[in-house]
Design a binder for this molecule. Sequence first.
Ligand code: ASP
Ligand code: MG
Length: 254
Amino acid sequence: MALIVQKYGGSSVADTDSIKRVAKRVVETEKKGNKVAVVVSAMGDTTDDLIDQALSIDSNPPEREMDMLMTAGERISMSLLAMAIHAEGSRAHSFTGQQAGFFTDTRYGAAHIKAVRPDRVKNALSLGDIAIVAGFQGINAKGDATTLGRGGSDTSAVALAVALGADICEIYTDVDGIFTADPRIVPSARRIPSIGYEAILEMASCGSKVLALRCVEYAQRFNMPLHVRSSFSRRPGTLVVPDDIDPRTLPNLD
Ligand code: ASP
Ligand code: MG
C-alpha cells in the first residue's frame, strides 16, 4: 500500500462537474489500495476574482485582510471535493491550512512554510478516510491566516507529502506533464518522461510554467518524487525524481 499525495490545480476543479470528475479519480486511487491525501487549489479563476473584488473596494487593501479573503477560495474547493467523494461512496474529511498544521512566517501574501504538523490529516488517513487539504495557506504565530504566494498550492502539496512521508506527490494539471518547449507554441515539443530536480530548475522557461519553483526546491531538499500529469487524460506525465530512485518503482504510474 502506498501513501499518495495528489494535488489538483484550479483548472482541474474549475466547476462542479470537474470536481465530480476529480472525486472519481481520487476514489479510484484509493480503491487500488492506496492511502490518499489531496491538496486543492481554488476553483478556476476564483483567486483572481477575489483579488479584483478587493481592489474594487480599496486599491491598497490591508495585507491581513487580503490573506483572509484569498484563503476562502481553497475552502470552497476543498469542501465541495469532500462532498463529491462522499457522493461517490467513500469517506473524506477536509481541512484548512491551519487545521492541517501548516505554520508559516508573517509575510502576508508570500509566507514561507516553517513547519507542517499534519496530525489531523494523519488521523483521518489512519481511520481510512481520504484527507482533503486547502492549498496555498497556513497560519502565522499570531494565529492569522496567511497565503504562500500565487501558485503556492504546489508547495503545499510537496510540504504535506514530506510531512506525511508519502511515497509520491502527484501534481495534476491541464497538460500531460513537462515538455521540451511550450507545446502550444512549438508543435514539435516533446514530453519529458523523467527528469531530475536540477534540470527542471534550469528549465525555468518551460518547467516553471508547469510547477512553482519553490515546490521543486522543496521536493529536491527532501528527495520527494513528483509526477506531473493531466487530470483530463490517462496518459503518463513527467516524473521528477532523485538520481538514486528508479522511476519504474514509483506507485500509481498507470
Ligand atoms: N489559488 C492560488 C492561486 O491561484 C494558489 C494556487 O492555485 O496554487 O494562485
Ligand atoms: Mg489558482
